[in-house]
Design a binder for this molecule. Structure first.
Ligand code: GLC
Ligand code: CA
Length: 584
């Protein structure tokens, strides 16, 4: 008997709105300065109210926390700072009760050097089963062409271990030895850990750093056939034992190189679209749609059961690995004036500071995130426009406590401020006295309300998660225009949506060739406002600076009556189409 997942539709991840958060950063319940599961449970109503449908938890396992928990010391337990396994189960039940799915991390490329497997391996004789859990070598000259990812910290992918009298292999920090997938016991252990969480009812797994599982001489040790074979086995184990779960690949590569991670629909259900993200920022800065249309043109089609994961920001640096050298120079120049804002191959800033706290730009970027083909992933705090702290080390500047209210520690914790795992943001622009949930809940024009409305609107239309995408090519390249189309099948009606985005800081005119839709009526989706009927002539619109429009294309008979000036009776009060959920 397969274990049933909490979602009812096997393709639920295509319609999901994912919210990425760290338990440590969200809410502290016991005053020790560290967020925990009971705290997170107490904030679930907030997340439900925001409208997100799936929570992605960053690693919460026992760990020395030298890589924010991606250095795992035990795969099947909860870090005591965050609570107990029972607290986790309680959290999961409470999330499911609110119809939210939960995905967690499956970090299988490496462990912490504090994991008992590694401690045993160092002491065990070469060739022994214990030793063979990791990748050892008498020399550090093997796999010399493999790039170093954390190049600001590490100088080699090999580190000498005095106890073992050998070098061990690591693609990330030297305290994160890579597991040896040539040893079948490793995959067995991985499957055991995965089943442990799936048995508890977890709905999905983000597979961290998935391209690097195997190493082979003469290669870059990335995306090897052996790695794909291992992923297929992981997927088969999920399909065999469970329903309605999914795996999300973290493969920071070009779209054509990521495509194999979907297999024939028998590897990962979803993968992040890494190259799209920096190009959205580039298009905005250059006021030119080309970077976006260009990368989408290079994006291959996916098997039917697969989906791209889209994001504007996450817990890592805004990675610039998937851009050309020129594009990288441009991005550094445009988005990281202070060298402190850079780390490894990327920029460690949050969404709001990246766009100079410009509300229109924040909204524009979110409108793309929510209307491009794929599943949007929001990073905690970005819904209120939180800032960052570039004076914290590593990528920690974007991992500061969630800002709930103007009270002590932003309402995150009752600890003395010095005890917090990281200080809350306190500067005059992004500080918690200004930027916090409570203030934005009571302000109808806040970014939080806006985000909530947009999420609610998106959820009314399956076309965004499931439909096709076709770019229009109006002459004015400052305007990005695309049509999303979804034929819902026999039981639901088809949906056609025209999206427009003005990437410029000035108003822009645009003429669209919509002749194939002649006779139909575009209806602005937030206000349910009918626009002039489409004809076989160019359709002309003007867009205010950084504005976007979502227009549902309806048959004339389905469209609402236009507002007219003849007599007051015909004037309809403008009203948001989305009813505001009750404030809590
Ligand atoms: C992934 C994570 C990152 C972590 C790395 C090593 O890239 O997103 O935060 O440092 O893996 O585990
Ligand atoms: Ca705590």
């Amino acid at each position: 008997m397969k274990k049933v997942g909490s979602a009812s539709d096997p393709l639920w991840y295509k319609d999901a709105i994912i919210y990425e958060l760290h338990v440590r950063a969200f809410q502290d319940s016991n005053g020790d300065g560290i967020g925990d599961f009971p705290g997170l449970i107490s904030r679930l109503d907030y997340l439900q109210d925001l409208g997100v449908t799936c929570l992605w938890l960053l690693p919460f396992f026992p760990s020395p926390l030298r890589d924010d928990g991606y250095d795992i010391a035990n795969y099947v337990d909860v870090n005591p700072s965050y609570g107990t396994l029972d607290d986790f189960k309680h959290f999961l039940a409470e999330a499911h009760r609110r119809n939210m799915q939960v995905i967690i991390e499956l970090v299988i490329n490496h462990t912490s050097d504090q994991h008992p497997w590694f401690q045993a391996a160092r002491h065990a004789p070469p060739g022994s089963p214990e030793r063979e859990m990791y990748v050892w070598s008498p020399t550090n000259q093997r796999y010399k062409d493999v790039p170093i990812i954390f190049k600001d910290t590490e100088t080699s992918n090999w580190t000498w271990d005095d106890t073992a009298q050998a070098f061990y292999w690591h693609r990330f920090f030297s305290h994160q030895p890579d597991l040896n997938f040539d040893n079948p016991a490793v995959l067995e252990e991985v499957l055991k850990a995965m089943r442990f969480w799936l048995d508890l009812g977890v709905d999905g797994m983000r597979m961290d750093a998935i391209p690097y599982l195997y190493e082979r001489d003469g290669t870059r040790c990335e995306s090897l056939p052996e790695t794909h074979a291992a992923i297929k086995k992981i997927r088969a184990a999920i399909d065999e034992g469970y329903t309605n779960r999914f795996i999300l690949a973290e493969a920071n590569q070009w779209p054509t190189d990521v495509r194999p991670y979907f297999g024939d629909g028998d590897e990962c259900h979803m993968a992040f679209h890494f190259p799209l993200m920096p190009r959205i920022y580039m298009a905005l800065r250059q006021e030119d749609r080309l970077p976006i249309t260009d990368i989408i043109a290079q994006t291959p089609a996916l098997p039917d059961n697969c989906q791209w994961g889209l994001f504007l920001r996450n817990h890592d640096e805004l990675t610039l690995e998937m851009v050309t050298d020129d594009e990288r120079d441009y991005m550094y120049l445009a988005y990281s004036a202070d060298p402190r804002m850079r780390i490894n191959v990327g920029i460690r800033r949050r969404l709001a500071p990246l766009v100079d706290n410009n509300r229109r730009r924040i909204e524009l970027l979110n409108s793309l995130l929510l209307s491009f083909p794929g599943t949007p992933i929001l990073y905690y705090g970005d819904e209120i426009g939180m800032g960052d702290n570039i004076y914290l080390g590593d990528r920690n500047g974007v991992r500061t406590p969630m800002q709930w209210n103007p009270d002590r520690n932003a309402g995150f914790s009752t600890a003395v401020p010095a005890r917090l795992y990281f200080p809350v943001v306190m500067d005059p622009i992004y500080g918690y006295q200004t930027i916090n949930v409570e203030a934005q809940l009571s302000d109808q024009s806040s970014l939080l309300h806006w985000t909530r409305n947009m999420i609610a609107l998106r959820k009314l239309f399956q076309v965004f998660g499931r439909g096709t995408l076709e770019f229009l090519s109006p002459e004015n390249r400052k305007v990005l225009a695309y049509i999303r189309c979804y034929d819902g099948g026999p039981n639901s009606s088809s949906e056609t949506v025209l999206c427009l985005a003005n990437l410029s800081r000035f108003a822009q005119p645009v003429q669209l060739n919509l002749a194939h839709l002649a006779g139909r009526v575009p209806v602005e989706m937030l206000g349910y406002v009918p626009f002039p009927r489409i004809t076989d002539q160019p359709y002309t619109l003007s867009l205010s600076p950084y504005s976007f429009l979502w227009l549902e294309i309806l048959d004339g008979s389905e469209a609402p009556a236009p507002n007219t000036a003849d007599g007051e009776a015909a004037i309809i009060e403008p009203e948001l189409r989305i009813t505001q959920p009750n404030q809590t």
